[in-house]
Design a protein around this ligand. Structure first.
Ligand code: GDP
Ligand code: GDP
Length: 473
């Protein structure tokens, strides 16, 4: 019964809080959500995927990113009463979230359902901020009226008019600072890299060592727990139950064939299936979001028989946004007709469903029989290496010259668009800035071209890449 070594503990401690917007329908959760996620800075904005999906996103204030869930985005199942629906959603959101923004309608004052939600929130013991929305006309009275709900702080806001949003974010930051086990910015995120000195070897030294942190994500029944059980093996099962760290997420350290440690992030819940959310399809995305914030590489488990689901696509898109490396594990391959043709057609399907993830490794396996499961960890290590890749500036510019020679940026309004210079500004994920004369004219198709060329030249398979165009020298 050994506790986790300190070094692992530290890694699991650097955690961003997941913020959930909870509240009755029509109080303005989605409006608030949209406003908050639109404040994301260019780095995050640069990767498409999130803003189109109103269920989850990342909001940013300065350098502080907060992953966020809008529980209002889930549609009602027919036959369900509004009250039970609200309760179901609220319970799930509370279970997943680290901080709850309880959105109420400041123009009406507290209603019966608000009291019901408040009572659930109280019993959860999680920190709550009441955002009294639609307070553009009566900010002053909001805090008095909602005092009756018995929770603080209460912040009058207007999502539609953009009032009080700064106060709300500031409060979120203060709360995060006060919460043990969380920090606003995990140390591995967005650290600027030194511009590297001349180095003829393509630089590939990992930026931080320590065990690989791996998440296993996917829809209910895809076979996540079967796979995790395979990876963990019976002997370590006991030790892992004790190795708990934070309240509701338990990381399981395992040893791979080379004796190297890998930490399976947020795994205990998957295996025990005690958490309600793990049996609810829509919340698979949220669980994945949480794990991917803390992992370097994620294994997206797909059910070969079922094929790709919308939730799978959301998870894939989120991996890009979170800067998490990704591997597809196509599970239950034992049930598929044998032969290359089956593999090919599944691969074609993947390319259609995940057009921006065609560089990610795909492993056809069976958690049940164990076939090809042993490929997972070595592949995950390679992908991690890719996420940590640093390319020296000189190598990068040599590459750039060739890439431009092969295909120049399309002209805009008859005038040339020129890239002068390129530099990697961070890793995890690799982020490149291209300095050009007219950055705003750079076309998306050319960005894709550069991304593909970068992947080809520098072994960047499996990792998201960020590309930015800037003006100036
Ligand atoms: P949700 O069901 O909680 O996600 O609520 P929505 O975001 O869909 O908003 C419900 C309605 O409230 C919409 O008609 C919004 O335009 C409106 N609304 C949202 N925020 C505000 C606000 O700050 N002030 C006012 N007056 N209306 C708002
Ligand atoms: P989870 O909900 O994603 O954790 O999925 P489980 O691991 O609980 O698996 C769901 C169901 O799929 C169970 O009945 C498993 O026995 C079955 N299953 C898991 N992996 C495989 C596999 O590789 N082949 C087959 N045929 N069934 C599998």
């Amino acid at each position: 019964m050994k506790p986790l070594p300190q070094s692992w503990k530290n890694q699991t401690m650097s955690k961003l809080p997941l913020v959930a917007l909870v509240g009755r329908p029509n109080v303005g959760k989605s409006t608030l959500f949209n406003r908050l996620t639109r404040t994301r800075d260019a780095l995050v904005d640069d990767t498409p995927g999130l803003t189109r999906d109103r269920q989850y996103g990342i909001m940013k204030r300065g350098d502080t990113p907060f992953p966020m869930v809008d529980t209002g985005g889930f549609e009602a199942d027919p036959g369900e009463t509004m009250v039970s629906l609200i309760r179901g959603q609220t319970i799930l959101a509370i279970e997943e979230a680290d901080i709850i923004v309880f959105v109420v309608d400041g123009s009406t004052g507290p209603l019966t359902d608000d009291y019901a939600i408040a009572s659930h929130l109280r019993s959860s013991g999680k920190p709550v901020i009441i955002a009294a929305n639609k307070s553009e006309k009566k900010a002053a009275t909001a805090s008095i009226e909602f005092h009756e709900l018995g929770m603080e702080p209460i912040i009058p806001i207007s999502s539609a008019h953009g009032l009080g949003i700064g106060d709300l974010l500031e409060t979120l930051e203060e709360m995060t600072d006060a919460m043990e086990g969380f920090c606003r910015q995990p140390e591995e995120q967005l650290l600027p890299l030194e511009v590297e000195q001349e180095n003829p070897e393509v630089a590939r030294e990992p930026r931080f060592k320590g065990p690989l942190r791996l998440a296993v994500v996917g829809c209910p029944n895809a076979g996540k727990s079967s796979l995790v059980n395979r990876l963990v093996g019976e002997e370590r099962l006991l030790a892992s139950e004790i190795a708990g760290t934070t309240r509701d997420s338990i990381d399981v350290p395992i040893t791979d064939a080379n004796g190297e440690t890998v930490i399976l992030v947020d795994t205990a819940g998957i295996r025990r299936k005690s958490r309600v959310s793990l049996r609810v399809e829509k919340f698979a995305v949220i669980a994945a979001l949480k794990s991917m914030e803390r992992a370097e590489v994620a294994i997206l488990v797909l059910d070969a028989q079922r094929g790709v689901t919308d939730q799978d696509k959301r998870i894939g898109s989120y991996a890009l946004d979170a800067g998490c490396g990704l591997i597809f594990a196509v599970n239950k391959w034992d049930t598929m007709p044998p032969g290359q043709q089956t593999i090919r057609s599944f691969q074609e399907g993947l390319a259609i469903h995940f057009p921006r993830l065609t560089h990610c490794p795909v492993i056809f396996l069976s958690a049940k029989s164990g076939k090809r499961v042993e490929k997972l960890l070595p592949t995950a290590r390679k992908v991690r290496q890719a996420t940590q890749m640093r390319v020296s500036t000189s190598n990068l510019n040599r590459w750039l010259e060739q890439a431009i020679e092969k295909k120049a940026p399309p002209r805009a309004a008859g005038r040339p668009v020129k890239i002068r210079y390129c530099s990697q500004v961070s890793s995890s994920p690799p982020t490149f800035v291209f300095f050009c004369n007219r950055p705003e004219k750079m076309e998306e198709s050319y960005k894709r071209y550069l991304e593909n060329q970068l992947r080809e030249a520098f072994a960047l398979d499996g990792t998201p890449i960020r590309i930015m165009f800037k003006g100036g020298e």
